[in-house]
Write a protein that binds this ligand. Structure first.
Ligand SMILES: Nc1ncnc2c1ncn2[C@@H]1O[C@H](COP(=O)(O)OP(=O)(O)OP(=O)(O)O)[C@@H](O)[C@H]1O
Length: 344
């Protein structure tokens, strides 16, 4: 059984200007001990996905679909069960640790708190475990007595990881865990996460706009655009040879795994992701796509097989007969008439 299985997840915010469909029918799967990277630019719906997994979305957001955590649907859980699952079943490491830590409480007390709240130890046992956890994330146990402002950004992010591990969850969701850090510290934190996930056999979903970081850290990669997954497959393969033009553009923007300096000057993709409340017809990526054809305005592509163990939501992974059947005027040869280029 999958540790996490997301089926047809849709999240819609209610904003002053109307409904904002931030996540649109996402399917994802993650096994125990696996790491899944979720990539995409700002505004593609990645954080919404992360928050939805533990029903942490702001009031007014509506959700549908299924989020099966170890077979149990998070969306239909009663509050008591949901409280138990947060931290102990799955926990989230957010970006910007300073905002997530309480400036008035010592580090050790903050790590110990969820352990006591979940009945996993007495206050004394939890305090001892907090010190052990600090050592596991590469900090001296004595840092338990420090306040957040006494730590560097990288140290605070290590504290956040220690907190996420505190109740021994099966799943960690890391949302841009290294974005605010300089490149050397970023590499250390990524190594630490990789090592902890392997040692503890937990699943991890890591969210980032940096495809190279995800390819280096994760087993699988899913690329998100305008609230949908547009490409999915083994991480190295997606990074080296993305089948969706958006995946290729992201890979080109962050060209080198392991060489952080090359990421300082990404070759940017022109334009911005569309406003989810005002999506273009057909494929959402069409207005920015360097290889779009007329048919892309008429077909909103689903994820189709794009090689062994890979999918992509682009009509260019279809053969002409399959595309013909999809086009509204499904006369034979419509794909050719629509200007479909030769498959790559
Ligand atoms: N509370 C909200 N109310 C209305 N719209 C929202 C709300 N939160 C997010 N959105 C919109 O939903 C879309 C997805 O946002 P989300 O934060 O999930 O994207 P993201 O890929 O995580 O970007 P970032 O990395 O900048 O956080 C965006 O268009 C955003 O403006």
């Amino acid at each position: 059984m999958s540790l996490l299985e997301v089926r047809g997840l849709t999240v819609t915010y209610q904003a002053a200007h109307g409904a904002v469909p931030a996540v649109r029918g996402v399917d994802l799967r993650l096994g125990p001990g696996q790491t899944l990277g979720l990539a995409g630019e700002s505004g593609c719906g990645k954080s919404t996905m992360a928050l939805a997994l533990l029903r942490l979305l702001p009031r007014g957001a509506s959700l549908s679909g299924e989020i099966l955590l170890d077979g149990e649907d998070v969306l239909t859980m009663r509050w008591g069960r949901l409280r138990a699952v947060r931290w102990a079943g799955a926990s989230i490491v957010f970006q910007g640790a300073m905002h997530s830590l309480n400036a008035l409480h010592r580090i050790g007390a903050q790590i110990a708190e969820p352990i006591v709240l979940h009945g996993l130890g007495s206050p004394r046992e939890a305090a001892l475990r907090a010190r052990t956890l600090l050592e596991q994330v590469g900090l001296p146990a004595a840092r338990a007595d420090a306040f957040p402002h006494e730590l560097s950004g990288g140290q605070r992010q290590r504290v956040m990881i220690a907190m996420a591990l505190a109740c021994e969850p099966q799943l960690i969701v890391a949302d841009e865990p290294t974005t605010a850090l300089d490149v050397m510290i970023q590499a250390q934190i990524l190594r630490l996460l990789k090592q902890l996930v392997a040692e503890h056999g937990i699943g991890m979903m890591m969210i980032s706009h940096d495809l190279a970081v995800l390819a280096d850290t994760c087993d699988r990669l899913a690329v998100m655009y305008a609230g949908r997954i547009v490409e999915d497959g083994p991480a190295e393969e997606v990074f080296r040879s993305a089948r969706h033009p958006y995946g290729r553009a992201l890979a080109a923007a962050f060209p080198t795994i392991g060489d952080a300096s090359s990421r300082r000057n990404p070759r940017g993709l022109a334009g911005d992701p569309p406003d989810p409340a005002d999506l273009p017809s057909g494929c959402s990526f069409r207005p920015r796509c360097p290889v779009s054809v007329d048919a892309c305005a008429r077909v909103d592509p689903a994820l189709w097989p794009a090689g062994p163990d890979r999918t992509a939501a682009c009509i260019k992974v279809l053969d002409p007969a399959e595309l013909d059947a999809l086009l509204p005027e499904s006369a034979p040869g419509a794909a050719a008439a629509a200007g479909r280029p030769a498959p790559e």
